[in-house]
Design a protein around this ligand. Sequence first.
Ligand code: ZN
Length: 345
Amino acid sequence: MSGPAHPWVVGVDLGGTNLRVAVFRELAAAAAAARRAGAPLAQQPAAVVRRPVGDDRRLETIVARIADAVKEVLGQVGVSRVAVVPVGVGVAAMLADRKGTVANSPHLGWRNAAFGPALAGTLGPARPIGVYNDVNAVTYGEYGVGAGAGSRDMLCVFVGTGIGGGLVVNGALAEGATSCAGEIGHVKVTWGDDAARCNCGGRGCVEAYVGGSYVQARIRRELAAGARSLAVDLAGGEITAVNPGHVDAAAAEGDPWALGLWTELAPLFAVALGNAITLLNPDRVVLGGGLFGRTPTLRDQSLLALSLVTPPPLLDPVDIVMAALADDAGLVGSALLADAGVSLV
Ligand SMILES: [Zn+2]
């Protein structure tokens, strides 16, 4: 990490559906304050532009949309010397290098796309530009001003529809060779012909058991096959309306089917997380994502199981906390990374 802090910095979140562009003021100073305090210091953007990614996903079209949105958001705050404001972009993609080449993005339909060079060509040479994997950007946002503030070695794990993760080692984002360092979702928790199939093409990934879309599918499947549960009553009597939140509430009430399902899934998650903790020896683990946000019983069971599968000298020093920044983490993180000069294209 090096490079000067800039008074204004732009963060971009390029997802499969939405493009968000935000400008922040004095973000590096806020991160320094959060680090000193060891506590989150949520950063409101000075301005945000949001638009749909749109159906035309050609590289040049998306780059032009980003450039327009950057110009618009900086116009809203009246920044002078617009051409030198750093821009960090978090993209839902696997990156091939540190120059913003997208190896693969199923969301955008890109393969081997020279995204970073195209951005630099359009946004101009005077400007620091960084391209980051979106989960890495979220991780760094939590590290900088969120639930990871003040830590040194931090693992972030997001349990949403899938499971994503990112890693900060010795105060620096660990990107890995293809921006996938910390991707705990595809760590194997079992193997063999019976192992669950994962969207990545593999089998036995923790995501294929505990990722929200897999959990949802499993709930539907078992209830449709005749499993009886309080969760159905909690969902108004409709099997198709049952979501993991209902199952979690049923498990908290002692419902045998719901408890059985959570008792199967919690140790699988704990094994993946416990192995990561054993390998990496972090001082903080930040948990986030939509599924864990509405399944406190599953979360508690997972943490209980974690204590059984992780050596105490490695588990004891870990602060396990919930993510603090919600939807803005990626915008903050990509802005902080570009501001700090990390992996500029
Ligand atoms: Zn997988």
